[in-house]
Design a protein around this ligand. Structure first.
Ligand SMILES: [Zn+2]
Length: 42
């Protein structure tokens, strides 16, 4: 029996939404430490 699957993006970093970096309020960006800038979760 299959479980009801949502449109969850597999292997996408939830910290940076798959972008691989964070947009800083003061300007610029910082590499996401969770995915090391790859945008993918491990
Ligand atoms: Zn990330």
């Amino acid at each position: 029996m299959k479980t009801t699957s949502t449109h969850r993006l597999e292997s996408t970093c939830t910290f940076c939404s798959g972008k691989g970096y964070f947009q800083l309020l003061l300007g610029g960006s910082e590499t996401c430490n969770n995915c090391k800038g790859t945008g993918k979760d491990r």
